[in-house]
Write a new protein. Structure first.
Length: 242
């Protein structure tokens, strides 16, 4: 009962904050590159419906904030209580303003009552991206993949970069690829990447998995070959929340 009261109260506060926050003055222009983040969220199986609603409200309000580039909320296809957020902001100032703003604070407060653990957020920068070919249609399959190369030596991260770029360049040309973007974590963790991809349907994803360039990338990054990945098949498939 206490969780119900907390969630109801927090959701009401989010709605009030949304009306107030939209009228806030725009952020001042500042230099710097766009900042992205991928956040994994694990919600109790008893609260999936409420979690979906909370995420959609948070997504819709975040898209209205100054400096937002994109904000997508997705649900894992096989474990419906697991979600991911992919967000982009025009610069560090906009990223920080969102993270410290009322919208994010109230979302995190409401989420705390229904989640299984703290959100796992990865701050990112662009690495190998390309314009999406089109908007994702109904039935599109989303994928978020973490790529982690073994070892903390910066030389390993640098050696891996051409391999990652080649994978992105070939994958972006696939017939069924709507989007295939690779982001990199900032220094010193340059050996960590996040892939954000969208295919027209599961069949297009299967074609990617068996494509020559995918197989070549895995062969070139599997022990004992160096640089080697620590998590060769760390992929999760999603559908976007409507």
């Amino acid at each position: 009962m206490r969780h119900v009261q907390i969630l109801s109260s927090a959701a009401g506060c989010l709605a009030i904050a949304a009306a107030v926050f939209v009228g806030a003055p725009a952020l001042a222009q500042s230099g710097g590159d766009a900042v992205y983040a991928v956040t994994y969220i694990d919600i109790s199986t008893d609260w999936v419906l409420q979690g979906r609603g909370l995420l959609k409200q948070y997504r819709d309000q975040s898209r209205r904030e100054a400096g937002n580039v994109e904000f997508i909320a997705m649900e894992e296809t096989n474990r419906l209580n697991r979600f991911v957020i992919v967000e982009g902001w025009k610069d560090e100032a906009a990223f920080a303003a969102h993270a410290m703003g009322a919208n994010a604070s109230l979302f995190n407060f409401a989420l705390a009552a229904i989640r299984n653990g703290p959100p796992d957020r990865h701050k990112l920068q662009t690495f190998a991206t390309a314009p999406a070919r089109a908007d994702a249609a109904s039935g599109a399959l989303y994928m978020v993949e973490h790529i982690d190369f073994l070892g903390g030596d910066p030389a390993i991260g640098i050696a891996a970069q051409p391999l990652v770029k080649a994978l992105a360049a070939s994958s972006q040309k696939e017939a069924g690829a709507v989007r295939y973007d690779i982001f990199q974590q900032p220094a010193p963790r340059i050996n960590h990447y996040q892939v954000v991809a969208v295919w027209t349907d599961p069949k297009a994803f299967d074609a990617h998995e068996s494509a020559a360039h995918t197989r070549q990338f895995r062969a070139a990054t599997t022990m004992p070959v160096m640089p080697a990945r620590a998590n060769l098949y760390d992929q999760r498939l999603y559908k976007a929340l409507d």
